[in-house]
Design a binder for this molecule. Sequence first.
Ligand SMILES: NC(=O)C1=CN([C@@H]2O[C@H](COP(=O)(O)OP(=O)(O)OC[C@H]3O[C@@H](n4cnc5c(N)ncnc54)[C@H](OP(=O)(O)O)[C@@H]3O)[C@@H](O)[C@H]2O)C=CC1
Ligand SMILES: O=C1O[C@H](COP(=O)(O)O)[C@@H](O)[C@H](O)[C@H]1O
Length: 511
Amino acid sequence: MASGEWHCEKRFKNESFRNEDENVLETGCLSIIVLGASGDLAKKKTFPALFNLYGKGFLQSDEVHISGYARTKISDDELRDRIRGYLPQSKEDAEDVSKFLQLIKYVTGSYDTAEGFQALDKAITEQEISKNIREGLSRRLFYLALPPSVYPQVCKMIKSYCMNKSDLGGWTRIVVEKPFGKDLASAEELSSQIGELFDEPQIYRIDHYLGKELVQNLLVLRFANRLFLPLWNRDNIDNVQIVFREDFGTEGRGGYFDQYGIIRDIIQNHLLQVFCLVAMEKPVSLKPEHIRDEKVKVLQSVIPIKDKEVVIGQYEGYKDDPTVPDNSNTPTFATMILRIHNERWEGVPFILKAGKALNSRKAEIRVQFKDVPGDIFKCQKQGRNEFVIRLQPSEAMYMKLTVKQPGLEMSTAQSELDLSYTQRYQGVVIPEAYERLILDTIKGDQQHFVRRDEQKAAWEIFTPLLHRIDDGEFKPIPYKMGSRGPVEADELLEGAGYVQTHDYIWIPPSL
Ligand SMILES: NC(=O)C1=CN([C@@H]2O[C@H](COP(=O)(O)OP(=O)(O)OC[C@H]3O[C@@H](n4cnc5c(N)ncnc54)[C@H](OP(=O)(O)O)[C@@H]3O)[C@@H](O)[C@H]2O)C=CC1
Ligand SMILES: O=C1O[C@H](COP(=O)(O)O)[C@@H](O)[C@H](O)[C@H]1O
């Protein structure tokens, strides 16, 4: 069944709708099972996020246990040692770290045979019993920190052997990572395979950009501020850029990356989710289904990407990685323009840009406003108003304004209204994206997860272009490591109407 049909028929059964007060945490034994526990994501992100939740009291020792599962034959202690290096190292944290690590047990097994999953189920059940919970009154969260190729078989095994077995209560949920498929057909096939085993409210398609502080702020910013409501449209906004840059290459992940490329790794998911939140209409309410309905609508309003509005690149040295084929056509850089056919955005280019091995590491949204009509100050030479939302590093938002240059003369200058988080929210620790999202999965809140029809609409946008790149019809332009990427990308931006402000550099305020 297509997810659109699903959410019409079953939306009122959605677990996320069960309670108006969605922040109430349930009690009872909580089992968190990290599949692929031996891998990169698990040690760098999943276990550290669980540690942070433990440290903040969201995971209580008397009701939580954590299992790692993978094929690699290691002991509980060996897994703990692998994780330890990614947890806080200070003396003050030592006790918490050691108590947290004691919650973790490891089960080894394959991803497609009954024995491993029966052993896993036995281990979970023993833990549930040891925490004095009757079978069934328990919550089982399976985090698939695994390559998507094994999702179907792993889901089948979970469904056959590891479900929470009673009707008395509790739940079983699965978290799946991106990239979810490689194109529209493979993503839909994956969705159907998993959809036959689990209902949509049990499936959490994670995109960690949705857990970033300033991405979560977008709805508040747009819909809780009168200031922005009348401005956020084609009458006032000239162009929007959503940019991801990394100043390092694929670094040991070349084998994985080469199968996917920058469009599947970053643009189709992370940047497109940000795009949705910038461009979508106001949802009826903050209920997950209402928000996701609006995201789907704006995705469906995107018109096919034109070849002349795409630039792809590959950094020099990418193919030196022995896991990357010598004739690889995989882009490590892409800039493209998305255009939305609706009343609000007709004619406004949304420029999505992502690249590895560039000259800086940052992610930001840059909303550039139109020129002032009848400009009596000649401010155009200073540049346009821009509203910049810096997602990382140094979270901030600032509005570039033209002001009178302080002094006796009447001249204008470009300045800014600045909300820099380190300065404004001193002492506030911004939670890691994964921490927030794992907590949401425990609470049953799907607002920040990707729904099946959203995933489908996202693949519909990029699949034709991706197929042309895969077929070698589009060739990436070489660029130097540490550069801005191909110059053709800057030319595309200029052609789309973006006016770069020269001689202005935003300097994050220091404390
Ligand atoms: N690493 C990262 O920074 C990020 C990763 N992701 C996504 O998270 C998921 C996991 O990523 P990551 O941890 O980097 O991946 P890994 O390559 O480290 O794989 C995780 C584990 O899966 C098992 N595995 C690897 N390849 C296969 C295979 N072909 N068949 C069966 N099992 C396999 C291995 O465990 P064993 O052999 O012990 O069973 C491995 O330790 C992926 O979907 C990835 O796209 C998303 C965002 C960031
Ligand atoms: O999903 C991915 O994200 C990281 C970048 O994440 P960030 O939170 O550090 O911005 C990227 O390096 C990786 O290639 C990609 O798979």
